[in-house]
Design a protein around this ligand. Structure first.
Ligand code: XBP
Length: 233
């Protein structure tokens, strides 16, 4: 039987990547780095999972000016990006994707356990849940497995293994919600089936390995005739 739902964060709970990108570009300016990631550049770099890993890849492969200076302060650069990101999220600049809040609240009322399995950090997850679901948002989830608590980020199964372990369920008793093929691979490697909800930066990926693909988790259509019919009865 299904006992738990495990959600990815960036792209799945909310379209957060443009906020990460804005926070990054503002942080590059703060650090005096003459870099700006536009959307095509960010789309290409999103193939590397994890913000810090992505920055390192950019410096080592794109060889931008001042790369060595940035490499020396990579941890500080990424932490500064996350402070900016959390501040932007706290200002209410990010909303949950359609249907996500309903699914979370219905799952809780059906006594399903809820987990998070993400590449981003615990603090980013808490900022997003509090800003979108209210102060009690983080407490709606029974387990948060974040990228900063595991050895290997997605597509490795580690965050899903950790989430499953903390939820106390078997992989076959949980369903993952993901927006990337890297997330699908991570979930599959941990023994979970996935529902895919492709997002702004991932809708060109191949989701044929997902158990189901939905463009969003929004409310089912309620054709006007049903409403009219109920009223006319
Ligand atoms: C998506 C990611 C993250 C975010 C940025 O993670 O790869 O790196 O882009 O967050 P997921 P950080 O879809 O698993 O939530 O800079 O904190 O890594």
């Amino acid at each position: 039987p299904l006992k738990a739902l495990i959600f990815d964060v960036d792209g799945t709970l909310a379209e957060t990547e443009e906020t990460h990108r804005r926070a990054l570009n503002e942080t590059f300016a703060e650090f005096g780095l003459p870099w700006a990631w536009d959307q095509p550049t960010y789309r290409r770099l999103l193939r590397v999972m994890g913000g810090k890993e992505r920055l390192r890849h950019f410096i080592e492969h794109d060889r931008p000016p001042r790369g060595d200076d940035a490499l020396a302060v990579l941890t500080e650069l990424h932490a500064a990006k996350n402070r900016r990101y959390a501040a932007l999220v706290g200002e209410g600049r990010v909303s949950l994707r359609p249907g996500v809040e309903r699914l979370i609240r219905e799952a809780r009322s059906q006594e399903l356990r809820l987990g998070i399995a993400t590449t981003t950090s615990q603090s980013n997850v808490e900022a997003l849940l509090a800003a979108t679901l209210g102060p009690e948002g983080p407490a709606l989830f029974d387990a948060v497995a974040a990228g900063d608590s595991v050895h290997a980020k997605k597509p490795a199964p580690d965050v899903f293994d950790l989430a499953i372990d903390r939820l106390g369920v078997a992989p076959t008793e949980a369903l993952a919600f993901e927006d990337t093929i890297y997330g699908l691979r991570a979930a599959a490697a941990a023994g979970l089936k996935s529902v895919a909800t492709p997002s702004f930066y991932t809708d060109d990926q191949d989701f044929s390995d997902a158990a189901a693909v939905f463009d969003q988790l929004g409310e089912p259509d309620r054709p006007a005739r049903h409403i009219a019919g109920a009223g006319a009865g």
